[in-house]
Design a protein around this ligand. Sequence first.
Ligand SMILES: [Zn+2]
Length: 485
Amino acid sequence: MFFFRNKEDEKHLLDFKSKYAIKKVMFGAVYEKVYDKFKDGKKVCRFCGKNSDEVTFKQKTHIIPQLINRSLPVSNFECDECNPKFSKYENDFSSYYLLHRAIFGHKRKKPGLVKLKTKVGVEIQGVDKTKENLKELNISDSEIDEILNSNRSIVKLLADPTDEGVKIEDDGEKLTLTTERQKYKPINVHRTLLKIALSLIPQDEYGNYKSMLNILNKDFDGLEKDLFSITERSLPKYNSYFKIPTVIHFDRINPEDNHPQKLFVLYMDNKIIQIPVFTDNDFDRIHKDKENYRIWVVPPHINPITLVNEKPDFAFHMDMVRLPFKQIDLSSIELVKGEKDSITITRNKSPELEEKDLRILKGEIIDEPKDSQYWGFGLHPEYFDNHVDIKIIFDFLAPVSKTEHTYLIAGCYYRINNLTKEEFEKNISGIEDLILMSMTHAFKMYRQKFPQFEHVELKPFSKKFFQAEIIRQMDELEKNKDGSI
Ligand SMILES: [Zn+2]
């Protein structure tokens, strides 16, 4: 169940689904082997093409770098010459995302959590939540117990506020922490993601990606920015929605379409990071035939949580649809020094749906035949400073015999916290989903009220039928409030 901010988001999702299909989902916390098949038992490295006569394959090679919260999946097609080379790329990735990884308390390859340490002595590190560790932080025993029983994360920041190495801005609403990023080579950040992508491409398709493989192995000046940019969304919250790093491989459905064959997305804590991956044929179309290309941004509604969890989660979806994205150009092969990196955490809370009351207002059997089922609804929102109360009155009529029909009126009362009137009114699809929920509840209440009519099939309505009615009722409410006709 999705809650859309607006019609454009919904259209984006539908359009995207017509262009791309999910080919593979890899969870960093699940041990998985991605193995190539080899002829004559002779291994071949996917990345340099050398075989086991020329190179060894002794090391354990990880698909998602271990530095991303100590991910587990491994492969059998990375040789012992390539592995240390990719570790160097990963150092740049590590530097680029160090503040993030320290704040979100990533595990390191070695035991312990990631620590950011600057020359001037600033230290940021997540705290493993044990009683002993928390005691060191000078907090009371009751607070320690509270932290241990909550899903709150703790991060330790050591800095002199007059230090130039760190800047903390806190306006009560949001907190921004800025430090200097360690030096890094942009293309290597990209390559770290590209290597994950190339590892996830099925063996029988792999031969179509020689150009991408070249970029992985050799430095090229003046790479096209658009093609080597990543798209990143960050939820401005200290909330690790994607605690388990996850990679999703999206595959273009129609090979004729003018967008890259593959999109790979890494979901990491509060971040969604996407790279495009082009086939050699895609490259020819762009460079030789000068075709215009469009890189689709994967809608945030498609993510590991919605894939595994069917339950509606109003707050999560509202957060997802609010996410802006930015393009980050990682095409440069020049070392970047002294760049600022910052992280913003907002205090404002997500919308939260509370079910206040569900009740049958009327339920009776009427001696009168009816041809078909009928249902209707009435919306009664009430707005407050920081929440919206909404009553949905749902009435339902169903024929049960040649001479009788049943009639039910059900009231569903919800409160949505942390939502303004404006946000509520804009989110027509959210209202549609509330009505869907009410309908489900009303059907349950019908079964309770009329257990003897178990055989009556209750027909749910598709939400596309009531969109116009929602808009009509919302307009009506607005007019009545203004006192105009
Ligand atoms: Zn190799």
